[in-house]
Design a protein around this ligand. Structure first.
Ligand code: ADP
Length: 600
């Protein structure tokens, strides 16, 4: 019963009931007064008649007879004549004495000289029934002495009036009931028209709260509720517009966030993960699907143990690098604040620094390698010169021997520096290639001839099988010579005596492939992918003894790539190695190519 509708109906009915009761009571009271006045008037007229027709000019002994004859009971009114003592001496209700005795208040007033009227007096009628009466008593005085002689007492049954009043009351009650019934119907309709739009508004607001923004309520009237409805519609439209704007903005941000190469994770201050973009998910768990963990799980899982991340009280962000599988991730923890400057959470930006770290490590390793490579010949030079200075210089033979060692060590250092410079030029993209057409059958024939002497020294067989048709490649003659020399000399170096070194040319759709196949010591599966690294040597002592710097293949690889080709190696440990140089058949567009002007 909490709805406005029922409250309105009840108030309405209450109001109608109140109005009906008040007006009904007023009507009933007025009617009663009118009835009483009417009855009093009748009683007075009756008393007047008794006086005129019985007492005036009549004799007391004839009163009863005259009264019975002339006046009798009219309209239920009883007439009586009482003497000054209040005893009934004539009455319309009895034919002969004894007459009824009356004890009405009006009679006492009449005996005291005042005409009087009384209502509600209860006494029996001529048949002995107890009834309620209205009575009127008027004193009649003697003409000479003005003393009270008689009292005319008339009375009327009040029950008749009561009956008619009861009828009226019944009518009023029926009217009230009909009015209430009609009022109930009307108030229902009224409440319905009033609460209908309110209910529609409530439903609309509820729908809106559930996210259904696209709605417009019908404006049915121009009153306050109508205005409220149209304001509601305006508000819904405005909200819808704002929501669209916000979701567009959110989409835009989400697109940016999910297409960033940096990973972004945000945690709420209770540690719950609020957001993780695609990059973060890829970085942290490439094999699993969604990334969902609390801040402490995150710290624990990735073993970020530096401790700085927890101390995010100050505004500065903290950086930490941690490994995930083979990757290295750099995480920047930055707290974010609400308007009251309380910490709301932490944003973690992740960057994959694997490549950077690899380069860093390589640079460090390179510097260490260079220092190491230089230190050995330097130590040798230093110790021999010291020995010479200590007196060995006196002995010419020893001095010459020592000086030749110093000379060869100096050569080693010079080779090393030359190779390093060459690599550095590649690294800094300072190399310029003078690309020309080279016919490889002829070119290789010459190169093989130049290396024959070294192969012969080791009793090795060095054979070149030319291609039946001309093989034209595009290359810088000096650089290509350097690569081919390096590879043939490696084959000679890393093969024992009697070995067979075979050089041949094959081709596929895009490349001419020049292979140098030896029956040497071969390279283990583990070492094979690393032989192109700078300073990598399978057997350091042997390489050094043969004057190798460990940079030859690294440079050869750079040169081949500079020509748009590649250098590959296949090997079986203990059986032999095949190194293959791939030259593109088409003239490649090269990064390092010397332009026409600089050639001039
Ligand atoms: P180095 O100056 O030591 O020869 P390279 O860069 O030319 O350096 O070669 C790197 C390493 O690769 C060598 O030290 C050697 O161990 C291995 N290697 C190269 N060519 C061959 C080959 N034909 N047979 C076996 N091992 C080889």
């Amino acid at each position: 019963m909490r709805s406005i509708k029922w409250k309105l109906i009840i108030m309405y009915l209450g109001l109608v009931l109140l109005v009906m009761i008040v007006s009904g009571t007023y009507i009933l009271l007025s009617l009663r007064n009118i009835e009483i006045d009417k009855s009093r008037e009748q009683l007075e007229i009756y008393a007047e008649r008794i006086y005129e027709q019985v007492i005036d000019g009549g004799k007391e002994e004839n009163f009863q007879e005259t009264l019975q004859k002339t006046v009798t009971n009219v309209m239920g009114i009883q007439g009586n004549i009482l003497n000054a003592k209040g005893e009934t001496i004539a009455s319309t209700t009895a034919l002969r004495p004894p007459y009824p005795t009356y004890t009405d208040q009006a009679i006492i007033s009449g005996m005291n000289g005042t005409p009087s009227f009384s209502i509600g007096k209860k006494s029996t009628d001529s048949f002995g029934l107890l009834k309620e009466w209205m009575g009127y008593a008027v004193p009649i005085r003697g003409e000479e002495d003005n003393a009270i002689r008689y009292i005319i007492y008339t009375r009327l049954d009040a029950g008749n009036m009561q009956t008619s009043l009861n009828e009226t009351t019944k009518t009023i009650v029926i009217a009230v009931a009909i009015a209430l019934f009609l009022a109930a119907i009307m108030s229902y309709i009224f409440a319905q028209t009033l609460t209908g739009p309110i209910l529609a508004l409530t439903k609309g607001a509820k729908n809106m709260a559930e996210g259904n923004w696209k709605q417009s309520l019908k404006v049915r009237s121009r009153d306050e509720i109508g205005q409220l409805t149209s304001s509601f519609n305006d508000m819904a439209e405005e909200l819808q517009k704002n929501m669209q704007e916000i979701s567009k903005e959110k989409n835009r941000l989400e697109i940016i966030l999910h297409n960033m190469s940096d990973g972004v994770i945000s945690f709420a201050n209770d540690g719950e993960m609020m957001l993780a973009n695609t990059a973060a998910e890829d970085m942290l768990q490439p094999e699993k699907g969604q990334l969902n963990m609390t801040f402490s799980q995150f710290i624990h899982t990735f073993d970020i143990n530096s401790g700085v991340y927890l101390d995010i009280e100050d505004e500065a962000s903290k950086k930490v690098t941690f490994p995930v599988g083979k990757q290295f991730i750099n995480a920047t923890f930055s707290p974010y604040y609400n308007t009251k400057k309380d910490i709301e959470g932490v944003v973690v930006v992740l960057q994959d620094v694997t490549e950077q770290k690899k380069l860093d490590d390589m640079r460090k390793e390179f510097v260490a390698n260079v220092s190491h490579e230089l230190r050995t010949p330097l130590t040798t030079v230093k110790s021999y010169t010291e020995t010479l200075m200590d007196g060995a210089v006196e002995d010419k033979e020893i001095a010459m021997e020592f000086l030749s060692i110093v000379d060869s060590e100096a050569d080693r250092m010079a080779f090393l520096v030359r190779d390093l410079l060459q690599l550095s030029r590649f690294d800094n993209k300072q190399v310029r290639l003078n690309i020309v057409e080279i016919e490889m059958n002829e070119f290789l024939q010459t190169t093989v001839k130049q290396n024959k002497i070294h192969a012969d020294a080791k009793k090795q067989e060095l054979i070149f099988t030319p291609n039946p048709k001309p093989v034209i490649i595009y290359g810088d003659r000096d650089r290509v010579t350097q690569v081919v020399h390096n590879i043939i000399s490696n084959a000679i170096k890393y093969s024992l005596e009697q070995a067979r070194i075979h050089i041949y040319i094959t081709e596929d759709n895009n490349y001419y492939k020049i292979s140098v196949k030896d029956t040497g010591m071969g390279i283990t599966r583990k070492d094979l992918p690393r032989i192109f690294e700078r300073f990598y040597r399978v057997d350091k002592a042997r390489s050094r003894a043969m004057g190798g710097t460990g940079l030859g293949l690294a440079i050869a690889k750079e040169i081949m790539e500079g020509h748009g080709g590649r250098l590959t190696a296949e090997s079986e440990y203990g059986k032999g190695t095949t190194m293959t140089m791939w030259f593109p058949k088409e003239r490649p567009v090269l990064e390092y190519e010397q332009d026409e002007e600089s050639m001039l």
